[in-house]
Design a protein around this ligand. Structure first.
Ligand SMILES: Cc1cc2nc3c(=O)[nH]c(=O)nc-3n(C[C@H](O)[C@H](O)[C@H](O)COP(=O)(O)O)c2cc1C
Length: 189
């Protein structure tokens, strides 16, 4: 069952709507940086968190910042759709787990369901991996990135960090997601 709203004609003055898919990475708590950058670049933003990812973010602060409820579970049939349709999706931070499941077509979280369908819907997606070198060394990871590339997904440049070294938060360029989705965009354009 699709949980993506049907794409409808929006009034022309509406801002484009960005879904930020947040996974359970140690830096997920900084997602407000991407939300701020996106809003400054004229996006409206809604957050979809994996069930694990929910535990890594300040949900109240994120909802206050975006003005929308965080989505994490499928709605019940007949419930209203809490977010407008997406014009683009940034998966940031993207975990080893979610990247591999997405590439394999597994759809057992709402976040994965949205990502798996977005390809067929032609929605532009940027994925911003955040993982360590031991995870990246697993052969499934390179294969998953190849699959996502073939699907047209835009892939961030983060170089995996040393295991147990704290996670390279200083090297993680949240705004790269926007640069990938809108080449040439200046943050305050
Ligand atoms: C403190 C902490 C930090 C973590 N950081 C990462 C990370 O940066 N990248 C990653 O792939 N997994 C990380 N993990 C492991 C994921 O949370 C775990 O694989 C989880 O199942 C991912 O779920 P999700 O992909 O549905 O969000 C971390 C786990 C913990 C407890």
């Amino acid at each position: 069952m699709s949980d993506q709203p049907d794409q409808q004609t929006e009034p022309s003055q509406k801002k484009p709507f960005l879904y930020v898919v947040v996974c359970a990475s140690g830096i997920a708590g900084d997602v407000g940086k991407l939300i701020t950058a996106a809003q400054e670049a004229n996006w409206d933003v809604g957050v979809v968190a994996t069930p694990q990812g929910l535990g890594f973010i300040d949900a109240e602060a994120v909802e206050a910042q975006t003005g929308y409820p965080i989505r994490s579970a499928w709605r019940m049939p007949g419930d209203p759709r809490p977010l407008p349709p997406s014009d683009a999706i940034a998966v940031a931070p993207a975990t080893f787990n979610t990247i591999n499941k997405w590439a394999a077509g597994i759809s057992d979280t709402l976040a994965l369901g949205i990502l798996c369908e977005a390809h067929g819907r032609g929605i532009p997606i940027a994925v911003m991996p955040h993982l360590n070198r031991a995870q990246a060394a697993h052969p499934a990871y390179a294969r998953s990135l190849d699959v996502l590339r073939e699907m047209g997904v835009l892939i961030g440049s983060y170089e995996p960090h040393q295991p147990k070294a704290g996670g390279g938060a200083d090297r993680y360029r949240w705004e790269e997601a926007l640069e990938l989705l809108t080449p040439g965009l200046s943050p305050r354009a």
